[in-house]
Design a protein around this ligand. Sequence first.
Ligand SMILES: Cc1ncc(COP(=O)(O)O)c(C=O)c1O
Length: 387
Amino acid sequence: MTDTMIYLDHAATTPLRPEARAAMEPWLGTRFGNAASSHAPGRAARAALEDARERVAGALGAERMEIVFTGSGTEADNLAVLGRWRHLQRRAGPATAGLVTSAVEHSAVREAAAQAAREGAEVTVLAVDEAGVVGLDALEEALELPQAVVSIMWGNNEVGTLQPVARAAALCRDRGVVFHTDAVQALGHVPVSVSEVACDLLALSAHKFGGPQGAGVLFVRRGVELEPLVRGGGQEGGLRSGTANVAGAVGLAAALERAVAEAEAEAVRLAALRDRLQEGLDRLDGVQGLGGGGPRLPHILTVGLDGVEADVLLASLDLAGLAVSSGAACQSGGSAPSAVMVAMGIRHDVAVRFSLGRTSTEAEVDGALARFSQVVERLRAAGAAGR
Ligand SMILES: Cc1ncc(COP(=O)(O)O)c(C=O)c1O
């Protein structure tokens, strides 16, 4: 990475907040202890862990015992989807209920649903319109059959579309079906509260809102039963065995409190930066904004373009000092067409995701626009010369 690198890939991961770092530091150095030990260092670790749990619950409108710390957002999604489906299967017999999800979920939910399908679940995948929004009529129809869980994300990580989660959750609540939402990209960018949205399960990932990597949360509403995926010493109320990551939990809690407190102002600031970026990109030939036209997350802007190869474009942007991603960095790596783009009927040679964060500025947006247009022009000219 050059000194002048412009980082517009905050949806992939965003820098650690100073408050999170400060909260974690003692637990990476002088303070240590296994939160399950009964001696003084263990009790201190336990107290820090429980304080973190309390603070996370407070920021989300939940109760302390409804917060389960996990090792990632991916694990939280897996525990919600697979853990709920397996629980019902074990209790009520093989495949007495299916599960419902959408065509634009992150691979964490998509692959958990695929695993449930291999274990016998009937999986209904709700289609989306061209803006990437799930139709609730199809959800109502799916709810006529017995379902173990419905999983619809709060905000999409590839194009930023917001889903009608409050209405979907209410429909599920009316039918007595457990509703899970992946709020990994939403937290810190739109208000997220489990006292306002009737969800039963909600997944978060610390490194998306300024906490450390490798720390996640699953909110599990009181009374909702799940089958654990990881078995052992019975930590986290038996739902996630394994010695607690105290530093991770305290860092997550500190970052979450700040992110929630700043969400409203940050949403306005980031939306203005995103609109500035969009105006600049709209001026470029053959570059089309994707997933707009409806409510969306303020920090994500994805454009589609043709006449360049995805791998070449990404590598050239990297060389030019612009860090962005094509589709979702945490699931792609290769250049296979993204399932989300396919579901939205988007056909472009390349989709480039710009994602903004706490450290993003107008100067960065302007610099990114200049670098992006230069690289695209150069590659297109080279392509035309080679034909
Ligand atoms: C919407 C969404 N869900 C889940 C995840 C996975 O989170 P983690 O990186 O903590 O496993 C991501 C990561 O990009 C995401 O964007």
